[in-house]
Design a protein around this ligand. Structure first.
Ligand SMILES: [Cu+2]
Length: 360
């Protein structure tokens, strides 16, 4: 193709301003062709007519040929990004963090957890080996009340020993679930029973405390939520959402799924949303919400001295942070980890990305 015909094609492209997408693309292209280097130019409105700019292309930083090539490469990349977004929320087999109803015997709430090896779909078509409680990643959500008598029965169907630690509960020492410190490991094929009176309220977790970098990374974890005896205002939200972060063998996940298979959080305009962030991974994840701020109300289950506001909140391994979002801005808002390689690549968004949908 001669330089002249490429220039003609560029000019023709620039004149096709039929929709916003073309307009945006052409703005970028015009800027490139004119050698401006950026579409975000405060003098954009004062630009000379398109054809005259295109005529200057040969002396610009990027020639017309390069500009056409760049647009074509950008189109290919944008198509991949668009495909991922359009797929959201993508369907996958299996759903973790489902509330587990206890069996009640003589006033004791009994929860049975069976640890076994399963196949888990983190995103469409991506099957991974998981070590899971009751075939869920995260394991079933356990919800109890401050002062409840609770029995946790662990059945180990794994090829390794394991144990359960209730992370955040201030239990008697012998119920702490740490092999060789407070108990013997629970061998393959064995069962083990924990029993205690729930001492402190808040957003807590249960997880393996044996070979844990591997076992928790593979999915042996879950939310353990303790309702307080005396409720604060933030204990009566319209929507209560657990968001467990993990970054082990399954990649970057929210509640066991990667974007576009993560679940959107949905609230109606004016509703109060409580998000219970829990980090079961090995890295810090600064969670960033678009469009609205979060008000931090508890840390590791304890009320903060004074609630404070932010739009980006670091969630370190082992931490739980509870926030309230006043859903006052309608729309679909990106909600993601802001360590960008945990959320986006050349191929589009992945991993720790979801959306808060505020319905008007
Ligand atoms: Cu992250």
């Amino acid at each position: 193709m001669s330089d002249k015909s490429m220039l003609d094609r560029t000019t023709a492209l620039l004149e096709k301003t039929t929709d916003r997408r073309h307009f945006l693309r052409n703005s970028a292209l015009t800027a490139l062709v004119a050698g401006v280097g950026t579409a975000c130019n405060s003098a954009a409105d004062a630009r000379p007519p398109v054809v005259a700019q295109a005529g200057a292309a040969t002396s610009g930083a990027m020639g017309a040929h390069d500009a056409v090539k760049a647009v074509s490469a950008a189109d290919a990349m944008d198509a991949m990004h668009e495909k991922g977004i359009k797929a959201f929320p993508a369907k996958t087999a299996g759903k973790g963090n489902q509330v587990l109803a206890p069996r009640i015997e003589k006033g004791i709430k009994i929860f049975e957890l069976t640890a076994s090896k399963i196949q888990w779909e983190t995103e469409p078509g991506h099957m991974v080996e998981a070590w899971a409680y009751n075939e869920q990643v995260p394991g079933p959500q356990i919800r109890v009340r401050e002062g409840d008598r609770v029995r946790l029965v662990l059945h180990n169907n794994l090829p390794e020993s394991t144990a359960i630690h209730c992370h955040g509960l201030e239990l008697p020492n012998d119920q702490d679930g740490v092999p060789f410190i407070t108990q013997q490991p629970v061998k393959p094929g064995e069962s083990y029973t924990y029993e205690f009176t729930v001492p402190n309220a808040g957003s807590h977790m249960y997880h393996s405390h044996h070979n844990s970098a591997k076992q928790v990374g593979l999915g042996l974890l879950g939310a353990l939520i303790v309702e307080p005896k005396v409720k604060a205002a933030y204990d009566r939200p319209d929507v209560d959402q657990v968001l467990i972060l993990n970054d082990g063998a399954h990649g970057y996940t929210f509640n066991g799924k990667s974007f576009p298979a993560t679940e959107p959080i949905v609230a109606k305009l004016g509703q109060k949303l409580r998000i219970r962030f829990m980090n079961e991974g090995m890295m810090i994840h600064p969670m960033h919400l678009h469009g609205m701020h979060m008000t931090v109300v508890t840390k590791d289950g304890w009320p903060v001295p004074a609630p404070w506001r932010c739009d980006t909140l670091n969630i370190a391994p082992g931490e739980r942070w509870d926030v309230i979002v006043n859903c006052n801005n309608p729309g679909t808002w990106a909600f993601h980890c802001h360590i960008l390689p945990h959320a986006e690549s050349e191929h589009g968004m992945f991993g720790m990305v979801t959306a808060l949908v505020v319905q008007a």
